[in-house]
Design a protein around this ligand. Structure first.
Ligand code: GTP
Ligand code: MG
Length: 339
């Protein structure tokens, strides 16, 4: 529903917002408890749920539809006019990577409401970028940040607080404060990783999280689901996991970042080519994919925008230093031929 405000402008009618699950019609304390156990702690996450997902809470299809509908109307998720869609698009915020070149490749930085995937070989800088984003998200908007906190799901135990302190200090931020605003969890298995994300909604809401990181998205899935016969169930789980992530990113207007290793695949025509793990499912769900690789010059990395909903492919360079992710200076750039 839209109403006109005092200036005659159409705007979304603010419905009476429900605050707790128990406020929704048809949800008593016992059902609310079961829903929480399933990972639905907030009205926002219920609004993005499917009836099937509520089944394990003993909620029949009909009741599930009415609960989801009530949650949706509470936060205004239903049919909207295209001009409102445009307005939603205008709510998209951008987060700086720390490198102007890399930001340019991404048309101003990483977007909220979508998933950005960084993939590349060992040492290509995926985790370093994740660290940097956790610091940058805490910067004020005029410095490319979102004045917000970060949520970090670490599957390979590579998160280092010391590195955050280095990066924060370089940006003139209080390292103690910066470290406090990173909510961290180590995921021990793929099921645990999924469980953590399934239960993240309340933490995101309470802590003003505007950046969700999964580093790495695929490592557990890769090591647990071996062989061809496991491939279908692995892809199904990965698909579900990614959809949970995209729904959280939309419901809470957050940036979502996943990292992915690559594997070499023998190619008849081009020799060995590299492919991100997880194949098409991850490919279709992650909206922006960036391929990172090392260069012949130490700290310099090459980033290639491989797919994006609306940006052209392109390549830029950046470097990883003591300070974090930085631009390569003009003097450091490779000289063009003939000079
Ligand atoms: P995998 O997770 O193994 O697939 O690799 P990754 O892509 O996550 O690599 P990561 O981001 O961990 O990059 C590691 C590289 O970053 C190192 O090889 C260093 O070149 C660089 N690096 C990491 N920490 C520092 C640091 O404190 N100072 C400097 N100068 N470089 C660093
Ligand atoms: Mg890493």
């Amino acid at each position: 529903m839209t109403v006109e405000d005092e200036n005659g402008e159409e705007k979304q009618e603010v419905k009476k917002g429900y605050e707790f699950l128990e406020d929704l019609p048809g949800i008593g304390p016992a059902t609310a408890q079961k829903l929480r156990e399933l990972g639905f702690h907030t009205i926002e996450s219920l609004a993005m749920a499917t009836a099937r997902e509520l089944e394990p809470a003993g909620i029949g299809e009909k009741k599930a539809f009415s609960i989801i509908e009530a949650a949706r109307s509470s936060i205004s998720v239903s049919f909207i006019r295209a001009n409102e869609l445009l307005r939603m698009r205008q709510n998209v915020l951008r987060l700086t990577t720390g490198s102007k070149s890399l930001d340019k490749l991404l048309d101003g930085g990483l977007e909220t409401q979508t998933i950005t995937e960084f993939y590349g070989e060992y040492g290509s800088g995926k985790s370093q970028l994740c660290h940097q984003l956790c610091v940058n998200v805490q910067l004020p908007p005029e410095r490319g940040g979102l004045n917000a906190a970060a949520l970090y799901i670490d599957t390979e135990n590579t998160f280092r607080t010391e590195r955050i302190v280095q990066m924060a200090t370089h940006l003139g931020l209080d390292p103690n404060q910066v470290v406090k605003n990173i909510i961290y969890a180590e995921a021990y298995t793929s099921d645990h990783q999924m469980f953590l994300l399934d239960n993240a909604d309340e933490i995101i809401k309470k802590n003003n999280v505007k950046l969700i990181i999964i580093d790495s998205l695929t490592s557990h899935f890769r090591s647990e689901y071996l062989g061809r016969e496991m491939l279908a169930s692995r892809q199904q789980k990965l698909n579900k996991h990614m959809h949970k992530l995209i729904r959280l990113a939309r419901a809470f207007n957050t940036v979502a970042v996943v990292t992915n290793q690559v594997m070499a695949k023998p190619d008849v025509f081009f020799g060995n080519s590299v492919h991100p793990i997880g194949g098409h499912i991850v490919g279709h769900t992650s909206h922006t994919r960036v391929y990172l690789r090392r260069s012949s010059r130490g700290p310099v990395r090459i980033a290639r925008l491989v797919s994006s909903p609306y940006l052209p492919e392109g390549e830029e360079i950046f470097k990883i230093t003591e300070n974090g992710i930085e631009d390569v200076s003009e003097e450091e750039k490779p000289r063009s031929r003939g000079r």
